[in-house]
Design a protein around this ligand. Structure first.
Ligand SMILES: [Mn+2]
Length: 330
């Protein structure tokens, strides 16, 4: 593994390097980019962290400022000098073509991610995709394998990223995640993590939260909720996680309107219902989707959905229930 990481260092040397997270970066994306930036600095490679879409959750923005993480917005062109075609990009917590990351002008030479691959991209010169609980896990593993010490800030960010993406070790956890938890445990500031964890729902969102819970429809343990108001990317996922905690619900589809379409967050607690595969199949004629067995996302084109029927809630429910019913014969 240490040799593999060395390949990345060799590849990047002599180039201007950007670390790009997915759009609207979440805690795991921020932590992974931050951890990777420090590790590369140890090997003499300076990098710039960039993204599209704001760091919109208050808890994530707080983490960014408290840990002193510099995240530059590509839209605002925050860079000292503009990015150009010969600059190198490493994507973290995402892969080119996966729908949640914009294609920037630089050259995507490397990818470090924990999501299943959506679209094969041949031109990565370095690709480390491991289906583990978080991208932070992979970054922490590099430190461990290379024997590089990390600061308390980096450890705290990575452990928090790991906890967020695994929902406190209840989702998509692998042996490596547990080993990395052990590795990070004594290096992190637990009080700081507790503080972040105790502030994940924003007070200003309480009304939106109760509205979305009133609109839940449940069919055969599959819960649907349409969020009929403008909401942040991370909020859709928070509602989706919450609905899965209801006893009658084993599979959740939460969606909201976006310009020209519908944005989805999907969760599953059953091994036989693979969230990534189901969202990909359900939306294949109207958009695209994919992700992990336990958590996934997608986007549907408004025109294509409305072409089926003006009652888009019914259209969406049917698209999912048709696929799910085929997988659960009863
Ligand atoms: Mn992640």
């Amino acid at each position: 593994m240490a040799e593999i990481f060395q390949n990345l260092v060799d590849l990047l040397r002599g180039h201007r390097v950007f670390i790009q997270t997915h759009n609207f970066p979440d805690q795991d994306a921020v932590a992974s980019a931050f951890g990777l930036q420090y590790l590369l600095r140890h090997f003499g490679i300076e990098t710039t962290i960039c993204h599209r879409g704001s760091v919109e959750r208050a808890v994530t923005a707080n983490m960014v400022s408290e840990l002193g993480i510099e995240m530059l917005s590509d839209e605002n062109n925050d860079y000292d000098e503009p990015m150009n075609e010969s600059d190198y990009i490493i994507t973290v917590d995402s892969q080119k073509g996966s729908g949640n990351i914009d294609d920037l002008i630089g050259d995507e030479v490397a990818c470090i991610d924990h999501h299943p691959t959506f679209v094969e991209v041949d031109d990565y010169k370095y690709k480390d995709v491991r289906i583990v609980g978080s991208c932070s896990t992979i970054i922490a593993d590099y430190y461990r394998e290379c024997g590089v010490e990390m600061s308390e800030s980096v450890a705290t960010a990575l452990l928090y990223g790991l906890k967020c993406d695994t929902r406190n070790f209840t989702r998509g956890v692998t042996r490596l995640d547990v080993d990395i938890f052990n590795y990070l445990f004594s290096k992190s500031n637990h009080q700081q993590i507790r503080r972040y964890q105790a502030a994940e729902i924003e007070y200003s969102e309480l009304n939106a939260f109760s509205d979305s819970l009133r609109n839940i429809e449940i069919y055969n343990e599959v819960g649907f909720a349409f969020l009929d108001f403008p909401c942040k990317e991370g909020f859709i996922a928070t509602v989706s996680d919450f609905i899965l905690d209801i006893d009658l619900v084993k599979f959740v589809v939460v969606y909201t309107r976006r310009p020209h379409g519908f944005k989805f967050s999907v969760r599953s607690e059953l091994d036989e219902l693979d969230a990534g595969a189901i969202v990909s199949e359900a939306l294949k004629d109207v958009g695209l989707g994919g992700g992990h067995k336990t958590m996934a996302g997608g986007f549907a084109d408004e025109e294509k959905v409305l072409a089926k029927s003006i009652d888009f809630n019914k259209v969406i429910q049917n698209l999912f229930l048709d696929v799910i019913n085929k997988k659960t014969p009863n």
